[in-house]
Design a protein around this ligand. Structure first.
Ligand code: 3SL
Length: 239
């Protein structure tokens, strides 16, 4: 049986072997929810970029450039990191270069994996069904916040591991911990997350709608996959 493991923050990635695995990068609030939304709403691809200057340079190639730092749109960029900004005809068939504080950094740090895919509550079932089909070892990489643990990514990891548990070996205590946390909170996940650090940060920025949106379950059937050109492209999964 393949194995599933959870890495609570990119700072712990040096402890894991990524070769031979599919990595699921998760940044529920909001980067991975936004990437799933952009591709589902017709963007051709999303290029995840670590640094602001590198991302800005994509403008000269005719791409849409998007950046978030500390929750707000960075100066000089077309778009920020709200999923609602990507439900727009203007992104149809366009490539978007995107940099965010934690999400795109987690993708960058996971690049030695056999494959990187993007997970969020909004496409959780599609991600789970894709992984069941692949039958390969999986590592869920939680983007966290500036190297620290966060609750929302861990709860997603637990929800995904719970879905996979009959077909995968649960490799480490981090998987069990994420599953138990998810079980404890799943009746009212929003209520638990209202106390979390990043939700409080987002509330200070008045973006509660994004929070509500990103916690919806299984509204989209697409799985973004990083291709050999470093672009996230859509795979549709029958769920
Ligand atoms: O850190 C990130 O990648 C972002 O998702 C953070 S925020 O929700 O845009 O503040």
């Amino acid at each position: 049986m393949p194995k599933v493991d959870v890495c609570f923050t990119p700072e712990l990635l040096h402890l894991y072997q990524l070769e031979g695995r599919i990595v699921v990068v998760v940044d529920i609030l909001r980067a991975t929810s936004t990437i799933v939304t952009a591709l589902q709403h017709g963007a051709k691809s999303v290029i995840p970029v670590e640094k602001l200057e590198v991302c800005k340079a994509y403008k000269e190639k005719g791409y849409i450039i998007a950046a978030e730092r500390d929750g707000v749109t960075a100066d000089g960029f077309d778009l920020g990191n709200s999923p609602f900004s990507y439900m727009d005809k203007a992104i149809m068939d366009k490539t978007i270069a995107l940099t965010t504080t934690n999400g795109t950094l987690a993708i960058e740090k996971s690049k030695s994996a056999d494959q990187i895919i993007i997970g969020a509550f909004i496409n959780k079932k599609a991600v789970a069904e894709y992984l069941l089909e692949q039958k390969k070892d999986v590592l869920v990489v939680c983007a966290g916040w500036k190297g620290k643990f966060n609750l929302e990514d861990t709860l997603f990891a637990g929800a995904l591991a719970t879905y996979l548990k009959d077909d995968f070996i649960l490799e480490n205590d981090s998987v069990l911990a994420s599953m138990w946390l998810h079980k404890q909170t799943s009746v009212n996940i929003k209520q638990y997350l209202l106390q979390s650090s990043h939700v409080q940060r987002l509330n200070n920025l008045n973006i509660q709608d994004d929070f509500e949106f990103c916690l919806q379950k299984n509204i989209y059937p697409n799985v973004p996959i990083l291709n050999e050109n470093g672009e996230l492209v859509n795979k549709l999964v029958s769920v």
